[in-house]
Design a binder for this molecule. Structure first.
Ligand SMILES: Nc1ncnc2c1ncn2[C@@H]1O[C@H](COP(=O)(O)OP(=O)(O)OP(=O)(O)O)[C@@H](O)[C@H]1O
Length: 291
């Protein structure tokens, strides 16, 4: 399985480009598409799911041009968009049966798939409950289940964890990790931990441009800055912010624990820390903004 984009660009009019000159290649496994708000993630996903036409370039699924022949990808696609609506009066089981019927699954195949997918998304215990009673996280997992009904080769999921509490985010991540076996999953997010543990590769977009696409370890290895941790007073924190990129702060009674990106130790007692994908992401985005 390969999904390639070649110099993909989308002009929304008046020279407002959603993405510009994006060339990428994904193989099977889970891939993260990471970027701040407005980076172009939804635009790229819109083109890959064939609901948007690019202004420049094209994309290929297993070598077939999907702008010319959108069915090539539509037939293998499962998609969970950002604004995913459900039917509140249906139970989960009724909802999945309904979607399965719309997609042409016979009832025997549908009931076997529903059983398998409610298990995979950890929703078996609530399959007879009406969707109106579901939490945000349960609804998103129901969205993953419906997107997988046809056993798609390609699953595209747009910002699935927005508005979820930490526990629900972990459940959703697990469901996506389970869904990632034997298919290609592209998961768009601006929340780094959503993809840190599961993604094989990460593509980072910023202001419509592809900043990097690489495996997670390589992105961390290529960081230009080091990561330091230190403890400072509240007044020292603001001068630290003037000189360094601060990744994280934790306030406590004696001051503030700070994690910063720096070339040399920012304070005498600063200690080197092991960089995470989140540090590398902040490093790349701030370098990209500065360029
Ligand atoms: N229909 C549209 N008309 C005009 N500009 C648009 C349209 N859709 C998106 N854009 C612009 O294209 C750029 C990329 O937007 P996009 O929604 O693809 O980013 P995103 O990374 O998905 O952001 P978010 O996480 O906020 O959804 C933004 O500057 C946005 O304002």
């Amino acid at each position: 399985m390969t999904l390639q984009t070649e110099s993909l660009g989308k002009d929304y009019g008046n020279g407002s480009w959603g993405i510009r000159d994006v060339t990428l290649e994904f193989e099977d496994g889970i891939h993260g598409l990471l970027g701040p708000n407005g980076a172009g993630k939804s635009t790229l996903m819109g083109i890959l799911t064939t609901v948007l036409k690019p202004t420049t370039g094209t994309a290929y699924w297993n070598g077939t041009d999907i702008v010319e022949s959108p069915d090539a990808v539509r037939h293998v696609l499962g998609y969970l968009p950002q604004d995913f609506g459900v039917y509140p009066d249906l139970t989960l089981e009724e909802f999945l049966e309904y979607i399965a019927a719309l997609r042409g699954l016979d009832s025997e195949t549908a009931s076997a798939r529903i059983e398998e997918l409610t298990e995979l998304t950890n929703l078996t215990a609530v399959r007879s409950r009406k969707l109106r009673t579901f939490s945000g996280g349960m609804r998103q997992r129901a969205g993953i289940a419906q997107a997988l009904l046809n056993d798609p080769e390609l699953l595209i999921v747009d910002e699935p964890t927005v508005g979820l509490d930490p526990e629900e985010r972990v459940r959703l991540r697990n469901a996506l990790a389970n869904a990632g076996a034997d298919r290609m999953v592209i998961l768009s997010t601006h929340i780094v931990p959503d993809i840190e543990a599961t993604a094989k590769t990460v593509a980072i977009l910023d202001s419509g441009e592809l900043v990097t696409h690489s495996d997670t370890e390589a992105i961390i290895d290529h960081m230009t800055s080091a990561v330091y941790e230190c403890c400072v007073s509240r007044s020292e924190l603001s001068s630290l912010r003037d000189s360094y990129r601060v990744c994280r702060t934790v306030q406590h009674a004696d001051g503030v624990d700070v994690r910063v990106l720096a070339e040399t130790p920012p304070t005498d007692d600063a200690e080197r820390a092991t960089p995470s994908l989140e540090d590398a992401y902040l490093d790349l985005i701030s370098e990209h903004n500065a360029s």
